[in-house]
Design a protein around this ligand. Sequence first.
Ligand code: SAH
Ligand code: SF4
Length: 412
Amino acid sequence: MTEKTQQIFGKENPSAKPLFGLLPEELRALVESMGLKKYRAVQIAEALYRQHVTTLDAISVLPQALREELAAAGYCVGLPEIIQTALSVDGTERYLIQLADSETVETVWMPEGDGGERGDGSEAAMEEEAADGLEGNTSEFEPRRDMRNTGALELAGYRRATLCISSQVGCAVNCQFCLTAKLGIRRNLTAGEIAGQVVAVMNRQGIRIGKDRINLVFMGMGEPFLNYDELMKSVHLLAGSIGIPESRMTVSTSGVLPSILRFAAEPVRPKLALSLNASNDAVREQIMPITKKWNIGQLLDALKTIPLGKREWITFEYVLLGGVNDQPRHARELLELLKGIRSKVNLIVWNPGPGIDFRQPNPEDVAVFQKMLIAGGMSAYMRRPRGRDIYAACGQLKRTVESDTPLVGIQA
Ligand code: SAH
Ligand code: SF4
């Protein structure tokens, strides 16, 4: 490497323009604008999205002079960087990921997933149920088999995991039970930053596309449907260029009505989960102020416009908050509410966080709630709480740097 190249290539310049995140047609336009042949765009896309390079210099298929030209024109790879790792006793890993402007988001790696996919009819669900040895509904109080399964799958030659990714730095929605809400909204992530979290973690975990089974859930920090365009662009990158099919992705929304309607018309779309969390508007308004803008009835009507595939269900997430929404009358109301919608319910026991004034539900109430839904003909599953000890579970994501909670097991 020449001295000049070394200067250009050193640590990536934070103000450089990232190539990672450009769609194939955008890369083509870029190389053409530089007077280069079209096939260079294919080579760059291959390096970014298949080989997962982290620096321009690693795109070895390009002549050195061309790599220098790209750097001199102000481009970099621009993959977000994992700067901190916390490992849970249950195998979950939480990553602090740094973006070019030094903002950070959190991403969570759950070997064996958290049960969120069970019962939604997808291939990921079948795998999850098979690995669990389950045929029907289950509760979080059953004995855990994760570690054994991880080993078994590795022996079978592949790994299965769910990756929970962020769509915004912070969140504007202000759900009263969620730690991310405490941050407020700082900014939207770009498509490259959303898809980049996936590639950064794949690099770390040595994931092989086409072999390992990776499911993606857009359930990290932020409200994906308030960053709709970049979210959908990231879905196209992940499905079209990185090689994770949209049928293995689930987007979770707190209920942004205009985006649900747009989503219904998408030719390529992930599965959808609505964070319902209440069985009537009065309770939902208290815990999710967004309900004042779009109420439950309006949201359910919008969901009905989504053309569901043969084996597709809409998932409703329901965080059980002790004494607030976890009583038998709520279960009855919920059954009534979801009548006629092809739905499954994922029950999540509320994960506590500092400064949040709720209490966890009693285990007996949880069991009764789930039983009542099942008896009423609903598919109702418990999401396994993953990584609670490291604040990696649902609603516990907050930028670690600002967290007042000490981290367990930081590996840096
Ligand atoms: N903003 C989107 C996606 C991120 S939140 C949404 O709200 O759907 C992902 C899930 O975590 C949502 O279903 C939300 O209701 C749930 N959640 C938030 N805080 C939680 C907490 N403290 N304990 C358990 N689940 C929580
Ligand atoms: Fe935002 Fe989702 Fe948390 Fe609500 S639950 S504040 S929408 S991240």
